[in-house]
Design a protein around this ligand. Structure first.
Ligand code: CMC
Length: 392
């Protein structure tokens, strides 16, 4: 009815006000609650970042202790949840397991169904933050065919996740501090990114007053796609394909430029960043560091560096302002840590969870929030008479 404004993909439409994350795409600036991402990634911890995003301020020592303690008390999954994993096929994608089990949490915690109670919001948030690493590690174990490793609440957040993922019962498992520090940094870098596809999904589902678990489960599914969080898996698969084809970077770039079969340079381009992605810069340095420290030289890193170099000097990419994004180098680090490709997007989800929670909370507590209900420009038939089937 008289609507004329169409904004494909919401490139120029603000869906909400928000005080959580600031991005300046032309200057490559990203700040969580005003703090530059570079400082937080260098000096902060993941749970401190989660607290900051959700509560608006960095915690003091006592507040952080309480937050960490509360999370460490909720890491265990109900035993019945293990049966979900028995039901999934062994080659199920872990993102599908993740979203299904998160959705199912609302059947175990039916007290979560009132998003207007601050107490319920807190306990649901703590449960999710505590349980998502366990859910993710169980998905990994399921694919491996290994027994689940239960969480240990005396360990840090990242340490506990790594142990649940990689430890094998009855065998010693030693945490590698290089891996712990690198994963902590990567989770921080993924923790929020304002109104991206998955966060907008969480807000949209939540705007109908669905519970937190339902809203986050939807966000996980949105993240899964290769144009969003699934790009980290797609990047590694692309590098492997180029390697298998003899490492011919030129030929691949030509394919991308000719848009052959819709091939894109995965891990490149961003809706908002038009000069560089500040996260990618930090991650590129970390990839060199981590692979060096772990002594895991990777031919795929050389291919990635060549691709980047090529793209940054090629008119196709320069004129379209396409630069490496957060997903370009992460996969190489995850691979060096021992994660299979299918787990990469799960790691993105673990990182993004605090951002999703912060946005859900900001949305549900804002009196100005209305149910998200976009409009359309109708392009179909105006009106016609029903035709009985025998006359069609
Ligand atoms: N490779 C080749 N061409 C590209 C790429 C790419 N990676 N990205 C954009 N283009 C081209 C696109 O074909 C279009 O060209 P033309 O004007 O000739 O049709 C132009 O650049 C603009 O692209 P767009 O698709 O309109 O841009 P968008 O803002 O809608 O899409 C994007 C942003 C991130 C989805 C896109 O750049 C892309 O598909 N990148 C590859 C996937 C990827 O790395 N995604 C991760 C994004 S960052 C982290 C996250 O969100 O999870």
């Amino acid at each position: 009815t008289g609507l004329t404004t169409l904004d494909n993909g919401f490139g120029n439409t603000a869906a909400t006000k928000s005080a959580i994350t600031y991005i300046d795409g032309d200057q490559g600036i990203l700040r969580y609650r005003g703090y530059p991402i570079e400082q937080i990634a260098e000096r902060g911890s993941f749970l401190e970042t989660a607290y900051l995003l959700i509560n608006g301020e960095l915690p003091n020592a006592e507040q952080l202790r309480t937050f960490q303690h509360d999370i460490s008390q909720h890491t265990l999954l109900h035993e019945d949840i293990k049966r979900f994993y028995q039901g999934f096929p062994r080659d199920a994608h872990p993102m599908a397991m993740l979203s299904s089990v998160v959705s199912a949490l609302s059947t175990f915690y039916q007290d979560s169904h009132n998003p207007f109670s601050a107490e319920q919001r807190y306990i649901s948030s703590v449960r999710l933050l505590a349980k998502l690493p366990t859910i993710a590690a169980y998905a990994f174990k399921k694919a491996q065919g290994h027994p689940f490793v239960y969480p240990r609440n005396d360990l840090g957040y990242v340490e506990n996740f790594l142990r649940m993922t990689f430890a094998v019962p009855a065998e010693d498992y030693e945490l590698n501090p290089v891996v712990v520090a690198a994963l902590e940094k990567l989770l921080i870098l993924h923790a929020d990114h304002e109104q991206n596809c998955s966060t907008s999904t969480v807000r949209l589902v939540g705007s109908s007053q669905a519970n937190l678990f339902a809203s986050i489960s939807a966000g996980i599914n949105a993240l899964w796609g290769p144009l969003h969080g699934g790009a980290n898996q797609a990047v590694l698969e692309m590098l492997q394909r180029i390697q298998a084809d003899g490492g011919d970077v030129d030929a691949f770039i030509r394919k991308v430029k000719n848009k052959e079969d819709g091939v894109r340079l995965m891990g490149f381009g961003h809706r908002v960043y038009k000069s560089f992605d500040p996260r990618a810069q930090i991650i590129k340095a970390a990839a060199h560091d981590v692979l060096g420290q772990l002594g895991k030289a990777d031919e795929l890193l050389d291919i990635a560096l060549k691709l980047e170099q090529h793209a940054l000097t090629d008119d196709y990419f320069v004129s379209r302002r396409l630069y490496p994004n957060v997903d370009f180098y992460t996969g190489l680090i995850y691979r060096a840590m021992g994660f299979p490709t299918s787990m990469f997007t799960v790691l993105f989800a673990l990182g993004r969870l605090p951002g999703w929670i912060a946005h859900w909370q900001e949305m549900i507590t804002d009196p100005a929030t209305k149910i998200g209900r976009p409009r359309q420009i109708y392009t179909g038939e105006v009106i016609r008479d029903y035709v009985p089937i025998e006359s069609r």
